[in-house]
Design a binder for this molecule. Structure first.
Ligand SMILES: CC(C)(COP(=O)(O)OP(=O)(O)OC[C@H]1O[C@@H](n2cnc3c(N)ncnc32)[C@H](O)[C@@H]1OP(=O)(O)O)[C@@H](O)C(=O)NCCC(=O)NCCS
Length: 199
C-alpha cells in the first residue's frame, strides 16, 4: 500500500513503546518534527561527518513528513524499524535508533544505526536505548543476529557496541556512503546466543 504523502494515518503507526530506567524509545510521529529538527540542527556539525550525506532541506517539516511516511511503510512491510529516543524524566527527544535492512529466510539478521544528542552523551543513555531495541529485535521480531558498522575512527561508537557484547568481526572497504564518500568500516556482530551480555 502506498501511504498518502501529507495525510499520514496515525492510527496505523506502530504502538511499540519501549521503556527503560531513564530512556523511552518509540517510533517517530508527525508531531516530533519540531524537536527532531532542533536537535538535528544543533548536532549537525558532529553528525554530518558520520552519516550518509544530508539531503537539501532535510530539516524541513515536508522532508520529515515524507521520511515518516517511508518509515511507517517500512515498519508495515517488516523492512526496517525506526525509533526516537526520549529522556523519560524531561520527555526530551535526545536521539534515534534504527533497525535497518531486516533480512528474513535463512538470514534473520538486521543492521543497527544510532545517534545521540551531544549534550546527552557520556551518561549511558545510548547503551540503555540499544538494550531496549536489541531486546525488541530478538524477542518481538525474532531476529537471530544484529550487525553494525563503524567508521574506522569512531571509537565512541565501537565502545558502545563492545560494551553490549558485540564482537569485532572484520573490515569492509568502501562499505557505506558517509558524508558523500564511500568509506571503510569496522564490522561488528551480535548473535542472539550472546544476548544479554554478561556484566
Ligand atoms: C556513538 C554514540 C551514540 C555514543 O554515545 P555515548 O553516550 O558515548 O554512549 P553510551 O550511552 O553507551 O554511554 C557510554 C558512556 O557513558 C558513561 N556512563 C555514565 N553513566 C553511565 C551509566 N549509568 N551507564 C553506562 N554508561 C555510563 C560511560 O562510562 C561511557 O563513557 P566513556 O565512553 O567515556 O567511557 C554517540 O557518540 C553519537 O551519537 N555519536 C555520533 C553518531 C554516531 O557515531 N553514530 C554511530 C554510527 S556507527
Amino acid at each position: 500500500m502506498i501511504w498518502p504523502r501529507r495525510r499520514l494515518d496515525t492510527a496505523r503507526i506502530p504502538s511499540v513503546h519501549l521503556t527503560g530506567e531513564r530512556v523511552t524509545v518509540r517510533p517517530p510521529r508527525a508531531e516530533d518534527w519540531r524537536s527532531w529538527a532542533e536537535v538535528r540542527s544543533r548536532n549537525r556539525a558532529m553528525l554530518e561527518p558520520l552519516e550518509p550525506r544530508w539531503p537539501e532541506n532535510c530539516l524541513t517539516r515536508e522532508f520529515f513528513s515524507r521520511r515518516l511516511a517511508r518509515q511507517m511503510q517500512d515498519w508495515q512491510r517488516g523492512q526496517s524499524c525506526s525509533f526516537l529516543i526520549f529522556e523519560t524524566s524531561s520527555q526530551t527527544l535526545i536521539g534515534g535508533v534504527n533497525i535497518n535492512n531486516i533480512a528474513r529466510g535463512a538470514a534473520q539478521h538486521a543492521s543497527l544505526g544510532y545517534w545521540l544528542d551531544q549534550a546527552f552523551q557520556g551518561r549511558g543513555y545510548m547503551r540503555e536505548a540499544l538494550t531496549l531495541v536489541i531486546d525488541f529485535g530478538f524477542s518481538a521480531l525474532k531476529l537471530h543476529r544484529f550487525n553494525a558498522g563503524c567508521l574506522s575512527g569512531n571509537e565512541r561508537s565501537a565502545g558502545v557496541l563492545l560494551r553490549l557484547g558485540f564482537k569485532e568481526e572484520g573490515f569492509a572497504e568502501k562499505y557505506v556512503q558517509i558524508d558523500g564518500q564511500w568509506q571503510d568500516h569496522r564490522l561488528f556482530g551480535l548473535p542472539a546466543e550472546h544476548w544479554p551480555p554478561s556484566e
